[in-house]
Structure formats: structure tokens, C-alpha cells
Design a protein around this ligand. Structure first.
Ligand SMILES: C[S@@+](CC[C@H](N)C(=O)[O-])C[C@H]1O[C@@H](n2cnc3c(N)ncnc32)[C@H](O)[C@@H]1O
Length: 353
């Protein structure tokens, strides 16, 4: 039902990329250098060079294998550049095409070297991704999370910053493009770029043709709790779940209750477009009370402080024990998963006035 096979090489590689060199080398051997090479080639895309990858004394050619411009690198350095902390590949060696001094003399010869530099630089940039802001990624990938209808990325950046370099698992409900299987994916591409070690899953009721080195499109209904539970068991636990699906109040609540148990401790569950909690046509009402998405989220505030009202010996509900923080911004909320187990104030304090 879920293609868990896809992550069998990527997930351990993303974890090991920041480990010491020996451990990473062992991981590459275990996963096989061929499988790891395929992962890094998917990540860096096409470049007009012959890439000579070396591992354990063996060398293999990739990308434009006819090119005379050859860039040699250790496979381990490439993995560390893409997913680890390495600043630049230390083993870089460039072999340039054979050249004769032609008609244009030295001027023409030097000009031709600029193309070589550009091609090598293009490859190196792909191997050492920069860290653009989420706002600029939203613009680059044409996501509506910044600038169209919403100004969400400022809030995302604040809450996600601590997770940016971690090997996170992200699930976003709602891929975009509605009925068109070939449209959508803007935010998923943005997350793939933002979380350079992230596995990004998108769920949509419409089957989507979406490809990307660390993207997975899943077809299903966010109102089907059993299906969501299976999804969580197969592909979770998730560090981040984002609900940007139908925005119907009933769906938002079903999805939250089904998926929150599959969020990792320290992770976040985000609900977008909470304006629908105030819109009767979407299952909301003007006070956004019980039965609406925002009503559900407001009830978690009382859950956070349950220890102040209940019998100190009684255990709270699952949500009371596992929601450790909530942040509301305009039309978007972030629910933090974590232990909520502090004691309440002593009985005599409650009776002081
Ligand atoms: C607002 S778009 C998502 C946009 C995307 N997250 C982005 O930021 O680029 C909402 C998507 O939710 C999908 N959707 C609607 N109802 C759904 C449901 N019940 N289950 C899953 N997806 C649903 C729609 O097909 C649509 O593609």
C-alpha cells in the first residue's frame, strides 16, 4: 500500500551523513556504493561533466560520460557535502579537455576555460547546497505559503529552524493542483530544498505524478482515520505534519486525532487556513467553538494546564500528556509534541482566595 522500499537506502544514508567518516564509509559499504551513487546522482541532477566517483579504490563514471571534462571525487565526500556538514569536497580533482592553441590565440583559449570553470562550479554548487530563506524558496517554487493568499513562511521559519539540518520526516496533507494529476507539489519541492536531509511525503485525494529525489506522493483521503493510521505506521514517525488539505473542519479534526500519535516527540503538527473555523459553509461558525478546527485547538490550551484542576493522582488523556506547546498566528497554528507532565500547584494554594 505504501512504497516503504523507496527509503531503504536514503533513510540510513541521511542519518549517517553527519557521523564520523569511518561510520559513514561502513554505511556506504552496507548499502552498497552502487545504490548510494544512484541516490547522489538523483539529488544533483544533470551536469555537463563526467563525474568520476571513487570509493574503496574503485572508480566509476557518471553524468555526461562522453564529456572530456572530468571531475573526480570521493563518494563519501559527495554524501557529506549533500547531507552532512562538510564545507567543500577535499578530494576534488579536475581533468580538463585536451586543447591546442588555435586561431584566436591565448585570448580564445582563456575564454574557453571560463566554460570549464562554470561547469565545475555548477557541479560543486549542487554538491554544497546553500541555505536560502524559506521566503525566497516559497517565491522560487511558487508556493502560496508566502505572498499569494498567506504570509505563513515567517512563522514556519521560526518554528522549523531547529529542525532544518536534521534528518526529518515530513508529511503534508494536500499536494495542490486539485483534480489535475500533473499539477501541484510547490510546497513539497520547497520543503525538499529547505530540509536538505528530509524525506518529504505528500498526501492528496487525487493521484499525483510527482517526482523528486526525496519526495513521495501518496493518494488517500484525509478523512479516513484507519488509512491515516496505516500511513503513520508505515512511513512515520514524522517530525512534522502539515494539514493543508480540504480545510473542512471535520476533516481537520479527524486527521489530527489519527496522525498526532504518529508525530515524534519534539515534532510539530501544523494546521493551516484556520479561517475556515469561522466560516459556516466549511463546517465552522463565527465563534469557532467546539466542533470546529480552531475549537479543537483551543481545547488543547486547557489540556496544557489540566494539572491545575484535576486530582493530582489522576493521569490526563493522551493529548493532555503529549501536547507541550501551542502557537497561534493569523490562520495557522503549531502544536508541539512533548511531555506535559509538570505537577499542578499544591491544594492549599488553590484555596488561598
Ligand atoms: C491548498 S491545496 C494544497 C497546496 C499545497 N500544500 C501547497 O502549499 O503547494 C489543497 C489540496 O488538498 C487536496 N484535498 C482536498 N480534499 C482532500 C482530502 N479529503 N484528502 C486529501 N487531500 C485532499 C486537494 O486535491 C488539493 O490538491
Amino acid at each position: 500500500m505504501f512504497d516503504t522500499e523507496r527509503w531503504t537506502v536514503l533513510a540510513p544514508l541521511l542519518q549517517a551523513a553527519t557521523a564520523g567518516r569511518d561510520l559513514l564509509d561502513d554505511t556506504i559499504r552496507r548499502l552498497t556504493p552502487e545504490a548510494v551513487t544512484q541516490v547522489v546522482l538523483d539529488e544533483i541532477g544533470a551536469h555537463d561533466v563526467r563525474l568520476d566517483l571513487r570509493f574503496d579504490g574503485l572508480s566509476t563514471s557518471h553524468l555526461n560520460t562522453d564529456a572530456e571534462l572530468v571531475v573526480s571525487l570521493e563518494l563519501t565526500d559527495v554524501v557529506r557535502g549533500l547531507y552532512g556538514t562538510a564545507e567543500r569536497p577535499p578530494s576534488l580533482a579536475v581533468q580538463t579537455p585536451h586543447a591546442e592553441l588555435g586561431e584566436g590565440g591565448l585570448v580564445a583559449w582563456f575564454r574557453s576555460r571560463k566554460d570549464i570553470a562554470r561547469n565545475v562550479q555548477g557541479l560543486l554548487s549542487a554538491l554544497r547546497p546553500d541555505r536560502p530563506s524559506l521566503d525566497s524558496l516559497a517565491v522560487a517554487f511558487e508556493s502560496d505559503k508566502w505572498g499569494d493568499l498567506h504570509w505563513y513562511t515567517q512563522h514556519y521559519e521560526r518554528h522549523f529552524a531547529r529542525l532544518r539540518d536534521e534528518p526529518v520526516r515530513v508529511l503534508e496533507i494536500g499536494i495542490g493542483g486539485y483534480d489535475d494529476p500533473d499539477r501541484g507539489g510547490a510546497s513539497l519541492r520547497m520543503w525538499q530544498r529547505y530540509f536538505r536531509r528530509g524525506l518529504i511525503h505528500g498526501l492528496d485525494i487525487v493521484p499525483k505524478n510527482l517526482t523528486g529525489p526525496r519526495l513521495m506522493a501518496i493518494q488517500g483521503d484525509q478523512a479516513d482515520a484507519d488509512f491515516l493510521d496505516q500511513l503513520g505506521k508505515s512511513l512515520g514517525p514524522f517530525d512534522v505534519v502539515i494539514d493543508d488539505g480540504s480545510h473542512l473542519n471535520e476533516h481537520v479534526q479527524i486527521s489530527f486525532h489519527a496522525l498526532f500519535p504518529h508525530v515524534r516527540s519534539g515534532g510539530l503538527y501544523v494546521v493551516e487556513d484556520l479561517q475556515t473555523a469561522y466560516w459556516p459553509g466549511w463546517g465552522g461558525h463565527t465563534e469557532a467553538g467546539p466542533g470546529t478546527s480552531t475549537g479543537m485547538l483551543k481545547s488543547f490550551v486547557d489540556g496544557l494546564n489540566q494539572a491545575e484542576v484535576r486530582d493530582p493522582r489522576a493521569e490526563g488523556s493522551y493529548l493532555e500528556r503529549n501536547i507541550s506547546g501551542i502557537s497561534f498566528h493569523h490562520n495557522i497554528a503549531f502544536v508541539e509534541k512533548g511531555l506535559n507532565a509538570e505537577e499542578g500547584g499544591p491544594e492549599f494554594f488553590r484555596r488561598l482566595y
